[in-house]
Design a protein. Structure first.
Length: 99
């Protein structure tokens, strides 16, 4: 089960390491990062659906954990939609650029 806390801040040293990897060509490509993020959102959605099903059937063990799983899934979906909207906006702006 992946959690959304992986989005938390990164130290400057780690960022510099990642930058040097990218400059050397050893970094992961954008498509890889995007696929990884989408898989994480999907995992959170599946966990949320299971929590909702457990709530509906009365099999929930911890109401607080179920509410957290649902909240994380909702937040990650909102973030993904905002990123998609920004990417589409940037794509449309590129289409309007004159060469």
């Amino acid at each position: 089960m992946s959690n959304i806390s992986g989005i938390s801040g990164t130290s400057t040293a780690e960022l510099l390491k990642q930058k040097s990897k990218l400059e050397e060509g050893g970094g992961t490509d954008f498509a890889g990062h995007l696929k990884s993020a989408l898989n994480e959102v999907n995992d959170l959605q599946e966990t949320s659906e299971k929590a909702i099903a457990d709530l509906a059937t009365g099999q929930v063990k911890d109401l607080h954990q179920a509410a957290l799983a649902i909240g994380k899934a909702e937040t990650s979906m909102q973030l993904m939609l905002e990123i998609r909207n920004k990417a589409l906006s940037a794509y449309k702006e590129l289409g309007r650029t004159q060469l």
